[in-house]
Design a protein around this ligand. Sequence first.
Ligand SMILES: [Zn+2]
Length: 285
Amino acid sequence: MTELEAPPGQEEHTWRPARFMVIAAHPDDADFGPAATASRWIDEGSVGWLVCCTSGDAGAEDPDTDPLELAALREREQRAAADVVGYEGVTFLHMPDGALVNDLILREHLVREIRTFRPDAVLATDPETLFHRDRGVNHTDHRAAGFAAVDAAYPVARNPMAFPWLAREGLAAHSVRRLYLFWSNTITVRVDISGTIDRKLDALRAHASQLKDFDRVERSIREWSAEVGKDLGVAAAEGFHLVVIDEDDEDEAEADGAGAAADAGELVESEAAEAGSTTGGRPGS
Ligand SMILES: [Zn+2]
């Protein structure tokens, strides 16, 4: 790491959580999002869990589609994709597609998931992304899931008096230490995914009901990943807006050799993050 020479986001991000949770609005979001980073971290020894707030029951062109059948199909597709990435498990919260709201009910569900799996890092859609720059509107469910994930991770999951029945049930308070926000217009860290981009594409292939023209999807994913990787000098990268809630203690940082101390500066918004992680052209749900 040469943090004194390179602006934030223009060096490879090497910190890795022992346990991480991806929180997404719809089946396929996690695979369009951080699937290659998740695959890499899992290959290197991390344990991951995926939470889908909805089952994508509004993701079809025909208004006569049976939403329950569609939800069941999309859950099967997402489970197959999750197996490709290597998550330990998947939870579906069965919230309504297109009507996701960052309310107490959703936050309680997410706190329950966080306190059960106890991740060091939560990966979620960046709730600050209203527009993908000038290339489209970010789906309302993506924003709601992002807000709910952030609010659940901090401060609720670590506060035993929030939803106190959870702690009384035995789900003790848990501190999520980092947020990795994807589909962000403010990329501050980049993860080299040259070795796992093909796995991301394999995971995406599992969402057959959504991706009719997979060649176009593959071209887009390779183009976006190359753009984000350009400043790193790698073939492909995924970018995140990293929020460090709790710094690692030094012993731990030295033990995992991951250069966590260097990440403090990465909180600064990167003016050089011109690549963005725009998702223009991708399905809306
Ligand atoms: Zn979506």
